[in-house]
Design a protein around this ligand. Sequence first.
Ligand code: SF4
Length: 117
Amino acid sequence: MAKVSKASVGYHEDAHADRCAVCKYFTAPTTCAIMAGDVAPDGWCERFKRMASKWISGATENAHGQFRKKAEKAGMTTREFAKAHEHDSGKTGAQARLAETLMGMHPRGKKESLFKK
Ligand code: SF4
């Protein structure tokens, strides 16, 4: 299937809670399944579709243990570790992007405690 152009779906790059990093069409580091060209984790377009909440719940539960342990092993806070790995492919990268998104979305909420050191 041919991919759509950036202009046709209003693609832009800025800080946004709904962003490519947590879109079901995004594959790190810069690929979108439906839009042509590179995209950024902080990008967004009208076709945005959030990853299934079930997947996010699973990832946050994993992040509570595994992601924080990875950060501690690296001698970093979870925020530092997430920033350092936000462009990684694979599980750590996905957890890093999700952690950053959730930390930004829930500054005083319950979910922050999952990632706060
Ligand atoms: S928000 Fe748009 S550009 Fe970004 S990954 Fe999703 S569909 Fe692709």
